[in-house]
Design a protein around this ligand. Structure first.
Ligand code: THU
Length: 134
C-alpha cells in the first residue's frame, strides 16, 4: 500500500471520530510488514480527561489482533491545515509495538498540503521500552 493510500485510510477513520468536546477529529492508520492496515480514531468521553487518541486506539486494535511488531509506517491526520504529530503518550504507545520487533516506523504527519515525514526515533529519542526492562 502506498503512503497516499495509508493517508486515505487515516482520513477515512477520522470520519468515525467521536470528538464532540474538542471538535478535533483525528485519524490514524498503521501499516505492517505483511501489508495489513489497522486504523483508529479518537474517542472522547464526557469525563474529558479520558479521551483516547487515534494512534492509541489503532495500536490497541493491532495488538488485540495479535500483532506484536512489524510496524513500518503510521499516518496521522487532523482537521486543520497544519500537520499534527502524535502526542507524547501516543509516541510511547507506538514505541512499544515498534521496539518489540526492532522497527523504527515512519510517521506521516498529514496536513492540508504538507506531509511531514519523521521517524518515531526522532519524535521519541532515547525511548524507554520493553528492551529497557531486560
Ligand atoms: N488527539 C489524538 O487523537 N491524537 C493525538 O496525537 C493528539 C490529540 C485527540 C485527543 C482529543 O480527542 C483531541 O485530539 C484534541 O486533543
Amino acid at each position: 500500500m502506498t503512503d497516499e493510500a495509508l493517508i486515505a485510510a487515516a482520513r477515512q477513520a477520522a470520519r468515525h471520530s467521536y470528538s464532540p468536546y474538542s471538535n478535533f477529529p483525528v485519524g490514524a492508520a498503521l501499516r505492517f510488514a505483511d501489508g495489513a492496515i489497522v486504523t483508529g480514531t479518537n474517542v472522547e468521553n464526557a469525563s474529558y480527561g479520558l479521551a483516547l487518541c487515534a494512534e492509541t486506539v489503532a495500536a490497541a486494535r493491532a495488538m488485540t489482533e495479535g500483532r506484536r511488531g512489524g510496524l513500518e509506517a503510521v499516518a496521522v491526520t487532523g482537521p486543520g491545515a497544519e500537520p499534527i504529530t502524535p502526542c507524547g503518550r501516543c509516541r510511547q504507545v507506538l514505541n512499544e509495538l515498534a521496539q518489540l520487533s526492532g522497527t523504527d516506523p515512519l510517521i506521516l504527519c498529514v496536513g492540508k498540503s504538507e506531509v511531514r515525514r519523521l521517524r518515531l526515533s526522532e519524535l521519541l529519542p532515547h525511548a524507554f521500552g520493553p528492551a529497557s526492562l531486560a
